[in-house]
Design a protein around this ligand. Sequence first.
Ligand SMILES: C[S@@+](CC[C@H](N)C(=O)[O-])C[C@H]1O[C@@H](n2cnc3c(N)ncnc32)[C@H](O)[C@@H]1O
Length: 318
Amino acid sequence: MSLTERAEHTFGGGWTEIKLNAVSDYLNFYTRALQARPSPANPFETWYIDAFAGTGDRTVERHAGSLFTPGPGVMERVRLEGSARRAIAIDPPFRHLAFIEKDPNRFAALESLKTEFPNRDIHCVQGDANDELRNIFTSGPWVQSGRSGLQRAVVFLDPYGMSVRWDTLRQLANTQRADVWYLFPLHAALRQLSHNHTALDAGKRGALNEVFGTADWEEHFYNFNVPQTNLFDFTAAATPARSADPDKVERFAAGRLKTIFKFVSEPIPILTRHKLRQFSLFLLSGNPQPKAISLITKGVTAQIKKYGRQSLPLHRVR
Ligand SMILES: C[S@@+](CC[C@H](N)C(=O)[O-])C[C@H]1O[C@@H](n2cnc3c(N)ncnc32)[C@H](O)[C@@H]1O
């Protein structure tokens, strides 16, 4: 079995393309916008950092339906470009690319991109995204004097679930030099907010504290003023009722992100085939410069218009 066969990465659906298209469109805008800034002679040093990078590819199964293959019912496996390969293809190119991946087989596939693209400055790091982002932004050109003021990054946080720690987001905001695409795990967070308040165990509480960076979610999503149902038993405590729905969780998440980032975009809803709102894709930046914010706003507005709210059905996820 070849290296790439072993590391074949099957994930997502049509909605994955929307996510990747939105990010790639922005990357194209970004390198073009920064190529002659702050000055043509001494431009920004651009980085693309993919913290949950996968293999570089993604394999999808789809119905085969060409002239030469039998009709419906026959499935074929197709290899499409994942986020890492898409970032390599951006033109004008990013000066540096860093790919972080925890899984050893997927990491090995990423490493092979260095051989495939020998002229590109590609760094592959095996490890946990949170730890490795911390290492990147607290070392090398990000802390050295001299050209360090010219480092600029787009960071892509594309986890399967609730893996991004609040501290990581805070650190990215504090760099003031990173635009962060964050795939907020809306459905996963909603699932942790159990309907039955007594089912909220330490594991769920810990995961929700980490994803929201606060414990305040509990009073926000549960009503503790539920009237007592048993008039004669004063010892029976009423169970707090859950009031969470996708809109409310998304608004709460956006509000929390605004406490640490200067810029928080309107979220792009990422829906599954069954119209379930799985993720909310945000663009975030801690850059305080009005010029930078107006550039980011310009860059993301096109994506919001193309992939944003209008694609959202009235359907609610419980
Ligand atoms: C949704 S996939 C990323 C897909 C990729 N962005 C693409 O478009 O090709 C999530 C990836 O994150 C990796 N992963 C999961 N937890 C991780 C962690 N804590 N740190 C780094 N990578 C992790 C998984 O092995 C998986 O490859």
